[in-house]
Design a protein around this ligand. Structure first.
Ligand code: SF4
Ligand code: SF4
Length: 377
C-alpha cells in the first residue's frame, strides 16, 4: 500500500489562491451529481474538495479534474451548505498553475498583489526604456509632423523592430509555458505507476488538444450554458486573430497609410476583445451569475489589463488614421505596448491565461488515461 502524505496546512495555502471556507462541505456529493461534465472515472468537484479537507496534497497536485471544470456554477447553486464548489475548483486551478511553474513566479503573482502589480510595472518600464534607448541611439529621426498627409508611426516604432521583439518575447514565453506544461505532464501522467500507458495513445489522442483549444466544446455540456460558451468562444477568437496579426502578419498590419486585408480581422479581434472584456467586467461588478459572483484579485488585474490594452489600441488607430495627431499616436502607442507586453509576460505562462494551454492538455491527458484504463480492464 502506498504511503499517503498529509499536508495539514494545505487549506490555508489554498486560501491565498481564493479558497473560501472549505470546512462547510459535508461531502454529500450533490455537486458531483449535478455537474454535467463529471464522468465515471473522473468525478468532481466533491473528490477534490475532500482531498483538500484531508490535506492530501499529492492527490491534489496530481489531479486533472479541476481543469475539466468550466466554472458553469451549477454545483454552487445546488450546494446545500453554500460551500461554493465551483469557486473551490477555480482556486484549485490557480494553485495547480503554481504547482506546475518551476520558477515560483506563478505562486508569487497569485498570492501577492504587490508582486503581480510590481512585475507588471517592471516589465512596462522595460518597454518604455527600450523605446527611449532606441531613439537615443538611432540616427533615424521621429517624424512629428504630417509629412505627406499621414502619421509616420513607423518612424517612432519601426515595424520590423517591433516584429522581431514580438518573436523574442513569444520565444521566451513559449519556453516558460512549455516547460510548465512538461511539469504538468510529469505531475499528472506519472502519478499512477501501476497504470501502463501504451505509447500509441499519445499520438492517437493528440487531436483532442487543438479541438478543445479551439472549440471549448465540453462547455456546451453544462446545462443552459450555450450563451457563456458562445461568449468564451467569441473572446477566444478575438485572442486568436490578434495573436496571428501581431505575431505573424505585423509587417502588413502595422502600415502607415491606408487599409489592407489585415484591417478587417483587426477590427473583428478588437471588437471581440473589447466586448468580451466589458462583458466580464460588468458581470463581475453585478455578481448576478454564479460564474461572476467571486473575483480573485488576479481576475481583476487581468480584465483591466485586457480592457486597457484594447482601449489604447483603438486610441492609437483613431489618433493615427482619423484625427491625424502624430504626437498623441506615438505616446499612446508606447503606452499601449507598456500595457500589452507586461500583460502577456505575466499572464501567459504564470497566471490567468495559462489555463488556455493547461485545460486542453488536461483533456488530452484525461483521454489518454481513460483509454489506458479501458485497455487495462
Ligand atoms: S460542496 Fe456542497 S454539494 Fe458538494 S459535496 Fe460539499 S456540501 Fe455537498
Ligand atoms: S462549476 Fe460546473 S463544470 Fe465546474 S464542477 Fe461545478 S457544475 Fe461541474
Amino acid at each position: 500500500m502506498n504511503d499517503i502524505r498529509i499536508e495539514p496546512k494545505l487549506k490555508e495555502k489554498l486560501e491565498a489562491f481564493g479558497l473560501a471556507d472549505n470546512n462547510l462541505c459535508f461531502n454529500c456529493g450533490n455537486c458531483t451529481a449535478v455537474c454535467g461534465l463529471t464522468e465515471r472515472d473522473l468525478t468532481f468537484p466533491r473528490k477534490g474538495i475532500r482531498h483538500l479537507q484531508l490535506g492530501m496534497s499529492e492527490k491534489v497536485n496530481q489531479s486533472v479534474e479541476p481543469w475539466l471544470c468550466y466554472y458553469c456554477g451549477d454545483c454552487s447553486k445546488t450546494c446545500p451548505r453554500e460551500a461554493n464548489p465551483a469557486e473551490q475548483m477555480m482556486s484549485l486551478r490557480r494553485y495547480l498553475t503554481s504547482v506546475y511553474d518551476w520558477t515560483g513566479l506563478s505562486f508569487k503573482f497569485y498570492t501577492s498583489k504587490l508582486w503581480e502589480l510590481g512585475a507588471l510595472l517592471f516589465v512596462g518600464a522595460i518597454v518604455l526604456g527600450l523605446f527611449g534607448l532606441y531613439h537615443a541611439t538611432s540616427a533615424e529621426p521621429i517624424i512629428w509632423d504630417l509629412r505627406d498627409g499621414y502619421v509616420h508611426l513607423n518612424s517612432f516604432a519601426p515595424v520590423m523592430y517591433v516584429h522581431y521583439a514580438d518573436w523574442v518575447m513569444a520565444g521566451i514565453l513559449s519556453f516558460f509555458l512549455l516547460s510548465n506544461l512538461f511539469n504538468m505532464y510529469l505531475t499528472i501522467m506519472r502519478s499512477d505507476k501501476s497504470l501502463k500507458i501504451p505509447l500509441h495513445l499519445y499520438f492517437t489522442k493528440i487531436f483532442s488538444i487543438p479541438l478543445h483549444f479551439a472549440t471549448q466544446m465540453r462547455f456546451k455540456k453544462c446545462d443552459n450554458k450555450i450563451g457563456f460558451w458562445f461568449m468564451h468562444l467569441f473572446l477566444m477568437s478575438g485572442y486568436g486573430f490578434m495573436f496571428i496579426l501581431v505575431l505573424v502578419l505585423l509587417p502588413w498590419f502595422q502600415i502607415d497609410q491606408g487599409i489592407n486585408w489585415t484591417t478587417y480581422p483587426g477590427y473583428y479581434a478588437t471588437f471581440a476583445l473589447l466586448y468580451g472584456s466589458i462583458y466580464c467586467i460588468i458581470g463581475r461588478l453585478r455578481k448576478k451569475d454564479e460564474v461572476h459572483r467571486y473575483t480573485h484579485p488576479s481576475d481583476w488585474i487581468f480584465l483591466i489589463m485586457l480592457f486597457l490594452t484594447t482601449l489604447t489600441g483603438i486610441m492609437v488607430h483613431v489618433f493615427r488614421y482619423y484625427l491625424l495627431m502624430p504626437a498623441a499616436t506615438y505616446y499612446t502607442y508606447a503606452i499601449h505596448l507598456a500595457i500589452a507586453v507586461p500583460m502577456l509576460v505575466v499572464e501567459v505562462p504564470f497566471s490567468k491565461w495559462a489555463h488556455l494551454a493547461f485545460r486542453p492538455f488536461a483533456m488530452y491527458f484525461a483521454d489518454i488515461k481513460k483509454a489506458a484504463l479501458a485497455i487495462k480492464k
